[in-house]
Design a binder for this molecule. Structure first.
Ligand SMILES: Nc1ncnc2c1ncn2[C@@H]1O[C@H](COP(=O)(O)OP(=O)(O)O)[C@@H](O)[C@H]1O
Length: 331
């Protein structure tokens, strides 16, 4: 009897979030509920080993933001820390797509980020939507598009205090958050309106809408990568994009999106939006992962699903793609 060949994925990719490396002793999060392993977080890039041992090597890695910790900034260690982590990434062969998180903006100006290795948009491409958002898309395989989006397009973080972008973001934040310390969440509603979050501008929403329209027309499947989650059931609400509902409305008006991947909430999270069939995956943060554990995943993509194989704190999941009318017509 001839064995049938194992069913191979179309392609695979690696995912990792919130490494937040700093060469400092362990500490805690703001509420002192979770230990943070700043120094050993870089060792957890043994993810690279896991990825290289995979039967089908990942075509790319999605680094979901907060690569180095904000504590590097006052220590004047930002460049050194970034080099340390990027050196680790450099030892792997897959290209890395970097998402920008709040800690990128604690360490570097946006201008610096645009000119750094953390800008993984295709070389020479102009700045993203509105000439200001770090957002781009690429096709890892025919029929699939990955969209990297910028949750800090409208934000106080990363904007010059003298500029109109800063004033626009501060005005929005103050309308929803009356606290003097804008990192302190407002009352029970609008918890997400804190300085360490941000929003999508109208320009970026319009751009996302047009990318998804084109993907719909080509019947492609789209994976969106963002630092901040957008579904209130996929993460602690304090972690969401300020205008998460606008982003969800754009996603819901298209058939092409199959998965939204985010970081920021170090406890991770998952929710299947029943209305659309879109999987919202929030990946557990490396920074709050003890050195004897791990937090990364390899995702194998098939025609009808993605199989996420987690390591350490990241759970395995089978993410079946939503079925739309045109899918059944095709068959
Ligand atoms: N509940 C809170 N009240 C006030 N400040 C907070 C609160 N949570 C976080 N912060 C502050 O906001 C900033 C970002 O919080 P942090 O937990 O460090 O974010 P991250 O999870 O991205 O590392 C830090 O300066 C932190 O001290």
């Amino acid at each position: 009897m001839v064995d049938s060949p194992p069913h191979s994925p179309l392609f695979t990719f690696g995912v990792i979030a919130d490494i937040q490396y700093a060469d400092i002793d362990d500490g805690y999060n703001y509420l002192r509920t979770h230990r943070r392993y700043y120094r050993s977080s870089v060792q957890l890039l043994e993810a690279l080993d896991g990825w290289s041992r995979a039967a089908v090597k990942p075509g790319f890695i999605l680094q979901l933001g907060d690569l180095i910790d904000g504590f590097n900034k006052p220590l004047a260690a930002s460049d050194r820390a970034l080099e340390t982590v990027l050196r680790e990434f450099g030892s792997g062969s897959a290209e890395v797509h970097h998402v920008w998180g709040n800690h990128e903006l604690y360490n570097f100006s946006r201008d610096r980020l645009w000119g750094s290795q953390l800008n993984s948009a295709p070389r020479g491409s102009p700045r993203g939507p509105g000439g200001r958002a770090y957002a781009y898309h690429f096709s890892p395989h025919p029929g699939f598009t990955v969209v990297v989006v910028d949750a800090y397009d409208v934000a106080v973080l990363g904007r010059e205090e003298s500029g109109h972008e800063y004033r626009e973001a501060l005005g929005l934040l103050r309308r929803h958050n009356k606290n003097e310390d804008l990192n302190t969440p407002p009352g029970t509603k609008a918890l997400l309106f804190v300085m360490f979050n941000g929003a999508f501008s109208k320009n970026q929403l319009g751009w996302l809408d047009s990318v998804l329209t084109s993907a719909d027309e080509k019947r492609e499947k789209v994976i969106i990568a963002c630092h901040l989650p957008v579904h209130p059931k996929a993460a602690d609400p304090i972690c969401l994009v300020w205008n998460f509902d606008d982003v969800l409305a754009v996603i819901r008006s298209h058939n092409s999106v199959v998965c939204f991947m985010a970081g920021h909430d170090h406890d991770g999270g998952y929710y299947l939006d029943e209305d659309t069939g879109v999987h919202h995956v929030t990946v557990e943060g490396v920074i709050e992962t003890p050195p004897d554990s791990n937090a990364f995943a390899i995702v194998s993509v098939y025609e009808d699903r993605m199989e996420l194989k987690g390591s350490g704190r990241v759970a395995d999941r089978v993410l079946v793609f939503p079925q739309h009318d045109h899918d059944t017509e095709k068959r």
